[in-house]
Ligand binder design. Structure first.
Ligand code: AMP
Length: 456
């Protein structure tokens, strides 16, 4: 099948040709005819399936036809709500690319930057708006955005909206929309809350499920390295010596972790930048641009910052930390192997993370290949408490032995059943832990012997 068989108009066909798109992806060939026929749609699709074009193309075609048949002033008719700023920018770029010959006008609004240029871009009259929910509600509250003519509404990455706590904002926006409209909802996964939200505003929707909700893209080769937590960085640096890793997106569970990885890589002479929600919007965009243009080889990101980011031909995804939600693994590795390109996903798994790996493999119904020979094989086969908890849990064990201790200021040696404080954490099984405990004991005994000698 080619795009012509989908009865697309020439201005769109011309733009798609320019983009180098020859055949529609499965979600495009399924969804486009349904959407052109005016149906509501529930799309279960993971990133990298071409879902943006699947909704952008019919919106452009419907609005284009309405516009050429009408002499009315331009009105905002299509709204796309998406969770992150990066996704909003990406979607608006797709509209610009596919709609460049339609004469339709677009704007994109998202938080973290001044609203003035965004308000200005809307004031001149637009047909399509791409927005994140928080900023859109701000603008609605200030009467700077009129949604009363919306006839097409897309809720993109609905499950992510839920994860990021945006569902209330989304519902607030939906409450502002006119009743009579076409609705689309896209979500990679379908938790209960999203299924409920979908049934609350979709009208008799057609469900399009491109790949099973929880399967990983087949073109991605997946490997796991069993490695102790403290050896993850040396292993990463060792792996990055391989020049076939042209670009890698590294995932860290926390913002702090992302910064630490970036710093360590920079110190090792590897160009790396980091994106996470504590960084300014401008810093995030600059980092992303530098990475996409190949000026920075490594981008370290948290899940929220990286969700949906489209980086053409990204060769590697590295899970520095395994995610505790198995679905997140699918989202992460979906950054590589996009639009038919092959990709490699490498995951570091410490002993503590083994249950996460088990959940991931269960979900993807696949064993991830273990890399048996690497310079930092796992040596710790026991759960280790994070430092903060260890400090609170100093093991207070009653000593079995009776120990003689000297009472300060007295020449008498008092015999007393001693409560010994072992400063080594319960689960600390490293050699140093045991050594410290031994040293401490022998220091006490030496001190006692010395006192005894002096007292004689
Ligand atoms: P998406 O899932 O919408 O983020 O799209 C993933 C990638 O696939 C983007 O880089 C698109 O430009 C690309 N893409 C979408 N549709 C097609 C197509 N029909 N042919 C080739 N590439 C496509």
């Amino acid at each position: 099948m080619d795009f012509k068989q989908l009865n697309l108009i020439d201005p769109i066909l011309k733009a798609l040709k320019q983009e180098g798109y020859e055949t529609p992806s499965p979600i495009q060939s399924e969804a486009i005819p349904l959407l052109l026929a005016g149906k509501d749609l529930l799309g279960c699709a993971q990133t990298g399936t071409g879902k943006t074009a699947a909704f952008a193309i019919p919106i452009l075609q419907i609005l284009y036809k309405q516009r050429i048949n009408s002499l009315q002033k331009r009105k905002l008719q299509a709204l796309i709500l998406t969770p992150t700023r990066e996704l909003a920018i990406q979607i608006s770029q797709s509209f610009q690319a596919y709609g460049r010959y339609t004469g339709l006008k677009f704007a994109v609004v998202f938080g973290g930057v001044s609203q003035n240029p965004q308000v200005k871009s809307m004031r001149s009259g637009i047909d399509i708006l791409v927005a994140t929910p928080g900023r859109l509600n701000d603008l609605i509250g200030q009467n700077l955005c009129d949604l009363s003519n919306i006839s097409m509404f897309v809720l993109d990455e609905a499950d992510r909206m839920l994860d990021m706590g945006f569902i209330r904002d989304v519902k607030k926006v939906i409450a502002q929309l006119p009743q009579n409209r076409q609705n689309l909802l896209f979500s990679a996964t379908m938790p209960k809350e999203i299924a409920e939200l979908a049934s609350s505003f979709l009208n008799n929707p057609v469900t399009v499920e491109v790949t099973p909700a929880y399967s990983t893209v087949d073109t991605i080769e997946q490997f796991v390295y069993f490695v102790d937590k403290n050896n993850k960085m040396p292993l990463l640096i060792e792996l990055l010596k391989d020049k076939t890793i042209i670009s890698a997106l590294i995932f860290s569970r926390t913002k702090h972790g992302a910064d630490k990885i970036r710093k360590a890589l920079n110190t090792a002479g590897i160009t790396a930048d980091a994106i996470h929600s504590n960084k300014s919007q401008t810093a995030r965009q600059n980092a992303l641009r530098a990475f996409k243009e190949g000026r920075v080889r490594i981008l370290v990101a948290t899940d929220i910052a990286a969700r949906g980011i489209d980086i053409e031909q990204l060769s590697h995804v590295i899970n520095y930390d395994l995610p505790n939600e198995p679905e997140t693994y699918i989202h992460r590795i979906g950054r590589t192997g996009r639009a038919g390109f092959s990709g490699i996903a490498m995951s570091f798994c410490s002993f503590d993370e083994k249950p996460y790996l088990k959940d991931i493999q269960k979900l993807i119904k696949k064993e991830i290949s273990v890399v048996p020979d690497h310079p930092y094989p796992m040596r710790i086969f026991e759960h280790i408490e994070p430092k903060s908890q260890v400090r609170l849990k100093h093991d207070i064990r009653k000593s079995e032995t009776v120990m003689k201790i000297a009472v300060q200021g007295s020449k008498n040696i008092v015999r007393q059943k001693n409560v010994q404080f072992d400063m080594n954490p319960i689960n600390e099984n490293t050699k140093t832990g045991t050594n410290n405990s031994m040293k401490q004991k022998s220091r006490k005994i030496n001190w006692y012997n010395k006192r005894r000698k002096n007292n004689r």
